[in-house]
Design a binder for this molecule. Sequence first.
Ligand SMILES: Nc1nc2c(ncn2[C@@H]2O[C@H](COP(=O)(O)OP(=O)(O)OP(=O)(O)O)[C@@H](O)[C@H]2O)c(=O)[nH]1
Ligand SMILES: [Mg+2]
Length: 327
Amino acid sequence: MFGKLREKLKKFTKTVEEKIEEEEKVLEKKAPEEKKGFIEKLLQVEIKDKDVEDALDELELELLEADVALETVEALREKIKEKLVGRKVRIGTNKEKIIEDALREAILEILTPERRIDLIETIKSKEEKPFIIVFVGFNGSGKTTTIAKLAHWLKKNGLSVVIAASDTFRAGAIEQVEEHARRVGVKVIKHSYGADPAAVAYDAIQHAKARGIDVVLIDTAGRNELNRNLMDEMRKIVRVTEPDLVIFVGDSLAGNSVVEQAKQFNGAVKIDGVVLTKLDADARGGAALSISHAIGAPILFVGVGQGYDDLKPFDERWFVERIFGEA
Ligand SMILES: Nc1nc2c(ncn2[C@@H]2O[C@H](COP(=O)(O)OP(=O)(O)OP(=O)(O)O)[C@@H](O)[C@H]2O)c(=O)[nH]1
Ligand SMILES: [Mg+2]
């Protein structure tokens, strides 16, 4: 996971480390002969703008290559500078650690959402059942699989679930969601193909109300901003169901374009949270680093495989460990 990002950040660390070492050598040379030894240990170099600028220029290009969105790259650059420039480093201290810590902190800050959502807590605190979640996103991003995984996870957390088969558009979509639901032991409310997706969702909500079911998960057809009708239809689903959350499901392998998709969907219906799928196959990590920062909504879960247990609540520390750890 994220090998490319790891490689770029290591390279940055090495370059800055070398610059600081050059400054150290200059400083050591300046120290009078008799003071060498004891005093030398107290000498410190200050990290200067020029020590990091070139390395940052290079890092900036490389992060763009790793699919990090431009505005995220710029925000990251500012944060890294803020943490390193002007910092005093005593001779002989571990510079690699100082630089790496600055990178970790900068990345953590970028990943820390403005709002956090504890899903179980939020669901349980809703006074009137059911809690309604609509899933939206491009074709094949992983919506239906994510819904099955989430249904499985919610059940494990003691909550009851019903799924609305509101993708009445793509051939095979209803059978697909039914099969997933059967495997995870959840009921599906469906109509036939071509039916109004909002009406299917409405029925699922009525079903949940009548039976005291905790959560309704609404599966919708894949779409993009060029499908005007489908985008209007999505707005209608949201209008009719008045969901507690609209979740954008994005494919991390789509890299920078998944960030653009998220912005477009966020413009059409307000996105409350993100699930980023296929992280298990993502060598770059740019989408994960950028998406929350780009739309101001938190990443709630990440998909890390095709099994029903392969959905992880997102934790920015986990992400940073994946980048800086060895695996
Ligand atoms: N490796 C991996 N594959 C995933 C993950 N999530 C989904 N997939 C796969 O991605 C493919 C598409 O998943 P779906 O759930 O059908 O995607 P969708 O968004 O519902 O697709 P449409 O309904 O056609 O728009 C399937 O083969 C899934 O098994 C993940 O986290 N990791
Ligand atoms: Mg689907």
